[in-house]
Design a protein around this ligand. Structure first.
Ligand SMILES: [Zn+2]
Length: 247
């Protein structure tokens, strides 16, 4: 979930502490919300389970996954944040950091949903063994993150706070979750885990692909057909660091 452009991102900030001492506890606490552990679904080749959220919470507590503000992130000079872009949140695969627009992010209504979304990406990165990589289809990865946030709202009894207006599949995700909660019998559920079919997630995937440009289209700059439907994320794991370095 990245969004608009702003000027704050241009100014340089001091060298960051390992993790932001305000953000990290907020993220950790959000990921320990009762009810979150009940999330369990598969969407295409990606899977989201409640256990992943506690694993991310632990990694945030130990500083293995960092939480930074945009300004702290900028001073790293790494990762793929485009120049001048101010994001509300994102997960940095290279930096192993969850990035938020403010140090008190997560305190305003609905921002907890975004923390859940980003933690899905962080969880996938955590799953990768040392020195290995794992690729996911971006469309499935993002759809799963949006769907997890929708499950969070319903399973944890949270208010929507404009979630449906997200425009990146949020409305479709919430509709799917509402069906799943209301009538789980029509879905393929094994041991509490929803195995969503391509048909069931079609509307969600379509909205995700349109909002994030994972689609076939004619490129306006060169007039040629362009296919981004196979876009992937490549996770490279989160090192464990100690006094003797990282591995
Ligand atoms: Zn995302």
């Amino acid at each position: 979930m990245a969004s608009p452009f702003g000027q704050n991102a241009l100014k340089k900030a001091p060298i960051p502490k390992p993790t932001n001492p305000t953000l990290a506890p907020t993220v950790s606490q959000t990921l320990r919300t009762p009810g979150l552990s009940k999330i369990s679904f598969r969407l295409g080749s990606v899977e989201v389970t409640g256990m992943q959220f506690s694993q991310v919470a632990q990694a945030v507590d130990s500083g293995r996954i960092k939480c930074w503000t945009v300004d702290e992130f900028e001073s790293q000079g790494t990762d793929e944040l485009p120049d001048g872009r101010l994001v509300e949140s994102r997960y940095g695969i290279q930096s192993n950091a969850m990035l938020f627009s403010r140090a008190d992010y997560g305190k305003k209504p609905g921002e907890d949903q975004t923390i859940v979304h980003e933690s899905v990406h962080a969880a996938f990165d955590l799953m990768v063994p040392a020195k290995k990589t794992m690729t996911t289809l971006s469309i499935e990865d993002e759809a799963a993150a949006v769907l997890a946030a929708a499950f969070y709202i319903r399973l944890c009894g949270k208010q929507e706070h404009g979630f449906k207006l997200g425009g990146g599949g949020e409305a479709e995700a919430l509709e799917l979750v509402d069906q799943a909660v209301r009538d789980p019998g029509v879905f393929n559920v094994v041991n509490g885990k929803f195995f969503f079919t391509p048909e069931e997630t079609q509307a969600l995937r379509y909205a995700v692909s349109m909002s994030r440009n994972y689609k076939k289209f004619i490129d306006k700059t060169d007039g040629l057909p362009t296919d981004r439907t196979g876009a992937v994320y490549t996770y490279n794991g989160v090192p464990v660091c100690g006094k003797k370095g990282c591995k």
